[in-house]
Design a protein around this ligand. Sequence first.
Ligand code: UDP
Length: 318
Amino acid sequence: MQTVLIAGGAGFIGSNLTKTLLDQGDTVWIIDNLITGRKKNIEQYLNHDRLHFIEGDITNPTALEPLQTVPFTIIFHLASPASPIQYANHPEETLLASSTGTRHLLQLARKTKARLVYASTSEVYGDPLEHPQKETYWGNVNSFGPRSCYDEAKRFGEALCYTYIHRDAVNVKIARIFNTYGPNMEQNDGRVVSNFITQALTGKPITIYGDGKQTRSFCFVDDMVAGLMALSQTKEIETTIFNLGNPHERTMLDIAQQVLALTGSQSTIVHKDKPVDDPSRRKPDITRAKTILKWEPNVHLEDGLKKTIAYFKKEVNL
Ligand code: UDP
């Protein structure tokens, strides 16, 4: 049985991870400042005898004080706004969560001798010129634009991890997480899957940004949690960074059509301006995760979308 800290455990991926860890008998500590995470996501576990919840901010050393003497084996750093609308609404908090916040969690990992799993992002590749993206690609990133508070903070966090690994021998693994969807997504997070499902279920027009030919590759959250678990347990020493995502690439037009078909919605499609610096293609090369972690996603988009639509219908009363 492990003692695990999840920074950002009330968020979309963090709350799904919490469930898996509690189900397998682990003790879970969550620290979350709830700026984008929601207590509702973990409500059912708040009275669980193996769940400890701290409402606090990882950038604030005082909030981390109660954690300093806990014998953690794994620390997951999932604490950051992560959708373009969320980080646009909280740009400074986003910058600090992956810089100061990562520093504090690295220090905690050094002290407790825990492995830190740092949630990085496919955004470190920016609008990629290499396709699909391998972990060895350095990216094509704008340091001065609407997405840079997220992209550069995550890149800075990776550089901090490098420093603590090489200077202090801290045990760190980095997950570069590609687009993920599923239950506990925030209805108003502005992501394409939550937007399209909400619009389809309420009969509002489906908003495609630009011509809809841009691509993403969508991973169901259960697969992502399995990938993070595999990363937290791997005996691999040499390799630190792993792409986690589903390599099945789709256009936004495809996604819109599929959501319309699965919901039986009569919504129309409207086109809106494409956001600044919106990447035109994105698809992970997951050879490394397949080979070393023996992990690959196995939930088909249609099955994952059906589960996500059911979640939105029930939880959000649509
Ligand atoms: N998008 C869209 N309509 C929406 C929301 C997003 O067409 O209502 C597009 C967006 O421009 C991007 C893609 O869907 O090309 C994925 O956007 P999302 O915000 O989900 O994540 P990103 O991968 O950009 O971080």
